[in-house]
Design a protein around this ligand. Structure first.
Ligand SMILES: Cc1cc2nc3c(=O)[nH]c(=O)nc-3n(C[C@H](O)[C@H](O)[C@H](O)COP(=O)(O)O)c2cc1C
Length: 262
């Protein structure tokens, strides 16, 4: 038997330790995966509810999220046509509204396209062909809430969030960013409840159906302007750009027109 002080004994123990640790880490990753997925879904649903003003972390608890989120129906929209995908189209594409991962689809050439430079006002580089929208329907089937995923570049990185509209497809119910890299206290104020509180009641479109909602430097006036963030003009412009892009003809514009004309 090799002495405890021999090199081969030390190497064997080190290898054994590596094997035990790697089994432990792999098992932990496999066992924790469903919990991570559940947390991701919980977080996404909470953000969708919060954008629509239906979840307040100071008042509501995580245990209420599933019940509140059950009011929403996720649907997949073809951004080019502005129409919902049919079941047959979804089956062909192998996507379904509950599990479709729009953020992953951006890297899939079958599900997304490069945005030509002159159209890329939100600096996104690529746009998905299909987007998930979350709808709340009233008892007579009328649309009461529409929550749309939005994204665009701020100063330091892409900001991801949701914009919630009333059933008219025009009046803002709320906005929220669940992922952003802006500087805390400056651009990071996009997550400040006081700033988000400026959005409800604003209107996206003017009388001609053009995107009129903008984030301006200084104090916003009327239904089409939101105050920019003090000392964070670049982040504010990023929010302004993403609103223009996602509410416009290359974003959800055609969908909102179809929805409100039907
Ligand atoms: C360390 C540092 C971090 C900054 N972070 C941000 C930011 O997150 N968003 C932003 O718009 N501007 C940020 N700025 C400020 C911009 O460089 C720029 O001065 C500002 O956007 C101009 O805004 P104002 O015209 O409202 O003063 C930062 C500046 C410094 C020095």
């Amino acid at each position: 038997m090799a002495s405890k002080d021999s090199v081969s004994f030390t190497v064997k123990i080190a290898l054994l330790l590596c094997v035990v640790c790697s089994i432990f880490i792999s098992s932990a990753a496999v066992i924790l995966k469903p919990f991570q997925e559940a947390n991701k879904t919980l977080d996404r649903n909470k953000n969708i509810l919060a954008a629509a003003g239906m979840f307040n972390p100071d008042v509501n608890s995580d245990s209420e999220v599933d019940g509140l989120f059950a009011q929403f129906t996720p649907r997949i929209v073809d951004l080019n046509s502005g129409e919902f995908l049919s079941d047959a189209q979804m089956a062909d594409l192998g996507i379904n509204p509950v599990s479709y991962d729009q953020r992953a689809a951006i890297n899939d050439p079958q599900l997304s396209d490069a945005i030509p430079g002159e159209e890329d006002i939100a600096s996104l580089k690529r746009r998905v062909r299909y987007a998930t929208v979350y709808l709340v329907e009233g008892s007579n089937g009328e649309i009461e809430d529409i929550v749309l995923p939005v994204s665009g570049y701020g100063l330091w990185g892409t900001m991801y969030g949701y914009l919630a509209l009333e059933g008219d497809g025009n009046t803002v119910k709320g906005i929220g960013f669940y992922e952003q890299k802006e500087t805390p206290g400056l651009g990071g104020e996009v997550t400040n409840p006081r700033w988000k509180g400026l959005w409800p009641g604003k209107e996206v479109y003017d009388d001609n159906g053009n995107v009129a909602l903008s984030v301006i430097k200084g104090v916003g006036q009327g239904v089409h302007q939101v105050d920019g963030l003090a000392g964070a003009s670049l982040t504010s412009r990023g929010v302004d750009n993403l609103i223009e892009y996602w509410m416009g003809p290359k974003g959800f514009g055609p969908f909102l027109k179809n929805l409100t004309n039907s």
